[in-house]
Design a protein around this ligand. Structure first.
Ligand code: ADP
Ligand code: MG
Length: 205
């Protein structure tokens, strides 16, 4: 079962990996965006990490709704409200359960991804974070590692696509040949699930 500590760790690991990859995310956002994706997310996930450390929420749902709210208020750019909506909707779906299983987490993330598609209007194939998130949620029923691999593959598979949503869509055909920054950061978020659960196993021994 996954408790509030697990979700807290998920956010902490994501913050660390966004810190580590911030330059790369910003570099990806340079040819098909405005070169701010790494700094945007770094600001957001640092705020999330600091707030959760200061006052750890008691339930998995509260961790995610709090994180989502902070991303919306601190991340400039399109990705803040989108990631914020993902986590907030997932958190609301988990309700106030003290612990949830992997299946509940998968359902909650599915609801979150649906909310992102509704808010941003993007579908799979539009060269956005959705191209990593949808395959990840589809694979989440198998394992966190399968979801991580599916998200990473989804991010790489955005390269030949033409962007149909967000800033990159202004470039039309010229967006082809570049990996989408948001799909790349979404893969980091999903990969952090694996590391957060590896920590549980290590800690439990
Ligand atoms: P901005 O484009 O405002 O500078 P960021 O650079 O932080 O914001 O984020 C850009 C990323 O946001 C894109 O790479 C894409 O994955 C994602 N994105 C943009 N618009 C949408 C949308 N409508 N739906 C889903 N994801 C989107
Ligand atoms: Mg940008």
């Amino acid at each position: 079962m996954l408790d509030a500590d697990f979700f807290h760790r998920w956010m902490t690991v994501t913050a660390a990996s966004v810190d580590r990859e911030a330059e790369r995310l910003t570099a990806l956002d340079s040819p098909i965006g405005d070169a701010d994706h790494g700094t945007n997310l770094q600001r957001g996930f640092r705020a999330v990490r600091d707030a959760l450390d200061k006052e750890p929420p008691a339930t998995p749902g509260a961790v995610l709704t709090q994180a989502g709210r902070l991303l919306i208020s601190t991340v400039g750019g399109a990705s803040g409200p989108l990631y914020g909506t993902l986590l907030r909707r997932a958190g609301k779906t988990l309700g106030d359960a003290a612990e949830v299983d992997e299946r509940r987490l998968a359902e909650a993330l599915r609801a979150g991804v649906d909310a992102v598609m509704q808010l941003g209007g993007a579908a799979p194939g539009d060269k956005t974070m959705i191209d990593a998130l949808v395959p990840a949620v589809d694979a989440l029923g198998d394992s966190f590692a399968a979801a991580r691999d599916a998200a990473a593959e989804g991010a790489v598979a955005t390269t030949p696509l033409r962007a149909r949503k967000g800033r990159a869509s202004y470039l039309g055909e010229r967006s082809v040949g570049h990996q989408d920054p948001g799909a790349t950061s979404a893969a980091l978020l999903i990969a952090a699930l694996v590391d957060a659960s590896a920590d549980t196993e290590a800690g439990g021994e």
